[in-house]
Design a protein around this ligand. Structure first.
Ligand SMILES: NC(=O)c1ccc[n+]([C@@H]2O[C@H](COP(=O)([O-])OP(=O)(O)OC[C@H]3O[C@@H](n4cnc5c(N)ncnc54)[C@H](O)[C@@H]3O)[C@@H](O)[C@H]2O)c1
Length: 283
């Protein structure tokens, strides 16, 4: 169980960043990726790169927060390949930038719609097929923020903590039902992708002009915190899946945060605020 060679593997949010690199690494390891993204241009570029590797790449424009569309997509993938073994629920947005007092409802609906309901939609739509495959695997991408909370990231943290709870519940149910499906929750630390800048552009498209502090925050993420190359993150994730790991921490920052939160549960919020105060005047 849990190898990737020969497996039909669905990857959401495969139009950039970690999702694209997961699709490429899956292809290199002999899997058959079915890739999707809401961003048509990014997805087309991933398909070009998959074809360059000689992969039999199937792609679809898909918004993971649209449940009927995800259900229709699951049926489509089964029809195309005859079987589906694995799903990588990777699509995500950063959201954030506002405190809970300030945050607008639309930002909660959007961030939780993608980061939490996208994962639930993908898991529920594909799970019966993964069970039928006789050797399935669900891989849900949470975050370091599925372990540790931070100011101005309430929707992101709520969604990523929930992905962990949802995924660990799924694991208990696969054990309970003796279903042949491995389950892995992934907590990446900072990975060098466009996620921070995308969330800024998305807010601007909704008419929200970023404050100086939000711009400084995105700069800090891009220049200092999002460091690990996405292809390396993808290899760590797939090594974990192939080893049948229930939980994969990606990067030393994620490993450090995991320890910090367990060792200092009362103190860690203060340490986070101290870290932020040094960088952002307002907090
Ligand atoms: N980069 C990091 O440091 C980091 C850290 C922890 C967790 N993560 C998580 O990793 C996953 C991938 O993020 P990334 O860093 O590669 O970001 P990214 O912005 O490069 O990629 C995210 C992809 O998801 C797609 N997407 C967004 N909304 C979608 C929707 N509604 N339906 C389908 N696709 C959608 C985007 O178009 C994009 O291609 C996310 O779940 C993210 O929260 C990233």
């Amino acid at each position: 169980m849990s190898g990737v060679r020969g497996k039909v593997a669905v990857v959401t949010g495969a139009g950039s960043g970690i999702g694209r690199q997961l699709a490429l690494e899956l292809a290199r390891r002999g899997a058959r990726p079915a890739v999707s993204d809401v961003d048509e241009a990014g997805l087309a570029e991933t398909v070009v790169q998959l074809k360059a590797l000689g992969a039999d790449a199937r792609s679809a424009v898909l918004d993971v927060s649209d449940r009927p569309a995800v259900e229709a997509y699951a049926a489509e993938v089964v029809e195309q390949f005859g079987v589906v073994h694995q799903i990588y629920n990777n699509a995500g947005v950063a959201g954030g930038g506002q405190t809970i007092l300030e945050a607008d409802w639309e930002s909660y609906n959007r961030t939780l719609g993608v980061n939490l309901f996208g994962v639930i939609n993908g898991t529920k739509a594909f799970l019966p097929h993964l069970i039928d495959s006789g050797d399935g695997h669900v891989v849900n991408i949470s975050s370091l923020n599925g372990i540790m909370a931070q100011p101005t990231l309430s929707a992101y943290c709520a969604g990523k903590f929930a992905v962990r709870g949802f995924t660990e519940t799924l694991r208990t149910e696969m054990i309970l039902g003796k279903h042949p499906v491995g389950v892995t929750v992934v907590h990446p630390g900072g990975v060098k992708t466009g996620i921070a800048s995308s969330s800024l552009r998305e807010a601007q498209a909704r008419g929200i002009e970023p404050t100086a502090e939000q711009l400084a925050r995105v700069r800090l993420y891009n220049e200092k915190l999002l460091k690990m190359p996405a292809d390396r993150a993808a290899r760590i994730i797939l090594d974990g899946v192939e080893a049948g790991k229930p939980r994969v921490l990606v990067g030393n920052d994620a490993k450090m945060v995991d320890r910090l939160v367990r060792l200092l549960p009362r103190l860690y919020p203060k340490l986070i605020v101290d870290f932020e105060r040094k960088r952002f005047a307002r907090l």
